[in-house]
Design a protein around this ligand. Structure first.
Ligand code: FUB
Length: 457
């Protein structure tokens, strides 16, 4: 999460592309290891989380976060949905996991280090995609050196598989309960050969093929795909395919070159098809203050080649240009539904448990993309909380300095978690726009912001 100092630098660094940028898609936190999941018409994006303060120049990661979107351009922050502390047998290192729905529950497979330092994979479960998650079995599901980065997949016949590992690649068949695996089938280790997982130019630690870690398994048109970071560090992304979910795998090609930016030395793929389009999720280090241990999740839309192969995908700043749907501003929209922001943070309300936008200072803004006003909006409502008067929300169209359609004064409400709906008239606005909430006022934190909506009367 960037602080105000970093924010100033960020504005300088990001300005050249901020107005059109969609990548990195989250600006309020450093996020990594994207694991998207489509459920009931919504994309849930689970990420690991690089802390703002890196300890001992290594991955400093304590929890996993969730964001959701129905349009691929605005992401609603659901906060940290679990911490490594959920696994009482763990001492930390909340690395790359993946969540999957089954039988009305959500199973989240996560690598952590055990209290004795060894690698293990745990499984957490929740009734909701946004948590809270709890340890499903009270002990590790799998224990072993290099047991990190699980990817989970359920085949058409209902059989679920878990693949994982660095520098090796293993898999198990999960039982229907999703919290145990077929002991008879056992733990299968892949024979990493060049023809299956690519040629490794940098021969280190007796590693053979290019496969490194972070597998992502899916099926498309009866072909199984395994995407993975490859080649050693700095990692590029590559893929293999197979006619059976258990291989043999045939090496495909590079999907994304090494991103030579700010010392990002890992990458991590995630893939979904959503509303008829294919999206590659990955991470770089593009946010202000970013680096190898402060990464940021990005998305690129792409098209498979006609023969099912994956093209080389460029890492861009623009990311998703076309939204998958438009946002209805006449429904209550969470303030933490963000297309792009500068300066603000998100936090969890200790009373309601909900997420809100905070650390709002003069000049900060939130951009919400593809807002469809239809025939017209005339009034704006916002749930805010403030300890003093003086702050306001300017509503601009299509840029932070675009047409000003209204200014909503935020009155003091008696506390920074005492939510009161403030409202103001707006100029009549219709059609499709990007909306910019530009925050104005004196010095310091102005107010907190929970949700907003427009009305047409
Ligand atoms: O995020 C920590 C580790 O870095 C992940 O587990 C790997 O995939 C790499 O991204």
């Amino acid at each position: 999460m960037w602080n105000k100092f970093a924010g100033i630098v960020a504005i300088m660094v990001l300005l050249p592309f901020a107005s059109n940028a969609q990548n990195p898609i989250i600006q309020t936190n450093y996020t990594a290891d994207p694991a998207p999941m489509v459920h009931n018409g919504t994309v849930y994006l689970y990420t690991s989380h690089d802390e703002d303060v890196t300890v001992k120049n290594f991955f400093t990661m304590n929890d996993w976060r969730c964001y959701s979107s129905t349009d691929m351009v605005n992401w609603t922050d659901h906060g940290a949905v679990l911490s490594y502390k959920v696994f009482e047998w763990s001492r930390g290192d909340a690395w790359a996991g993946q969540c999957i729905p089954r039988n009305g529950k959500f199973y989240y497979y996560l690598p952590v280090n055990m209290k004795n330092g060894g690698n293990a994979i745990g499984v957490a479960v929740s009734d909701s995609p946004t948590g809270p998650f709890k340890d499903a079995i009270g002990k590790p599901l799998l224990i072993g050196y290099g047991y990190i980065d699980p990817t989970v997949f359920i085949d058409n016949d209902g059989q679920a598989y878990l693949y994982w590992g660095n520098p090796n690649l293993w898999h198990v068949k999960l039982n229907k309960d999703m919290i145990s695996y077929d002991q008879e089938y056992g733990i299968v280790k892949e024979d990493l050969k060049d023809e299956n997982f690519g040629y490794r130019a940098k021969k280190i630690d007796n590693r053979t093929a290019s496969y490194e870690e972070g597998p992502w398994l899916f099926k498309r048109n009866s072909l199984y795909y395994l995407l993975y970071p490859a080649g050693g560090v700095p990692e590029h992304l590559a893929y293999s395919t197979a006619k059976s979910v258990t291989g043999p795998w045939t090496y495909g090609d590079t999907i994304m070159h090494v991103i030579k930016e700010r010392g990002a030395f890992t990458n991590h793929p995630g893939y979904i098809e959503f509303k008829g389009k294919s999206y590659l999720f990955y991470h770089n280090a593009a946010l202000s203050g970013g680096g190898g241990f402060k990464r940021s999740v990005c998305i690129e839309p792409f098209q498979f080649n006609a023969d099912g192969s994956i093209p080389l995908i460029a890492a861009t700043r623009q990311g998703v240009v076309e939204s998958a749907s438009n946002l209805n501003p006449f429904n209550k929209v969470e303030a933490e539904t963000i297309g792009w922001e500068e300066g603000v943070e998100t936090a969890r309300d200790s009373i309601t448990g909900g997420i809100f936008v905070t650390d709002i200072n003069k000049g900060d803004y939130i951009k919400v993309r593809s807002v469809d006003f239809g025939k017209g909006a005339k009034k704006f409502e916002a749930a805010t909380a403030a300890i003093s008067d003086g702050g306001s929300i300017e509503i601009h169209l299509d840029s932070s300095t675009g047409t000003l359609i209204g200014t909503c004064d935020v009155k003091q409400t008696g506390g920074m978690l005492k939510w009161v709906v403030q409202s103001c008239k707006t100029q009549k606005v219709s059609g499709l726009h990007d909306v910019y909430f530009v925050f104005k006022g004196g010095g310091g934190n102005l107010f907190n912001f929970d949700w907003w909506k427009f009305t047409n009367n």
